[in-house]
Design a protein around this ligand. Structure first.
Ligand code: CMP
Length: 140
């Protein structure tokens, strides 16, 4: 198995409910190592740039408003097959479809307020981790 890194965001609905530690415990229990982490408040241009791939979607404006509504915790997770593994731990985008024991099943409110983001492929993981972190901030 390949050791990978993936970008995680603990979203405003979760930081507002003080769930950072609980979500981190799911991440670590899944065998993923948090090798970088910081709490930030995204600006509108930052959120629009991060989610640019969704800019034609009907929910883009609401998504950006949500992502700048409070602090987020951005993280880099490292481990065997970290990209796929984290997506398993997060559960389906819509918590109504998420499997038992996943972060979104246990904590997410709805498809927008879904508590966490994780990169979906190696190419996006590389772009997304570089969006938030420089090399010296990543300590494996
Ligand atoms: P994320 O994995 O961060 O990727 C894009 C985000 O857009 C997604 O999680 C949700 O927060 C949001 N999203 C996806 N689909 C919808 C939808 N139908 N309505 C509102 N928000 C959505």
């Amino acid at each position: 198995m390949a050791v990978e890194r993936t970008l995680s965001i603990i979203k405003p609905d979760a930081t507002q409910r003080n769930l950072t530690g609980k979500i981190n415990s799911y991440i670590e229990a899944a065998g993923l190592r948090i090798v970088a982490q910081k709490r930030i408040h995204l600006t509108r241009p930052q959120a629009e740039a991060f989610y640019a791939v969704h800019k034609e979607r009907s929910f883009f404006g609401e998504l950006v408003d949500f992502m700048i509504s409070g602090p987020v915790v951005v993280q880099i997770l490292e481990g065997d097959n970290a990209i796929t593994r984290y997506r398993e731990v997060m559960g389906a985008t819509n918590p109504a479809n998420a499997a038992d024991g996943t972060i979104r099943k246990d904590f997410a409110i709805d498809v927008q307020n879904n508590s966490v983001h994780g990169s979906d492929a190696p190419e996006t993981a590389a772009v997304e981790t570089a969006f938030f972190f420089s090399g010296v901030e990543i300590v494996g």
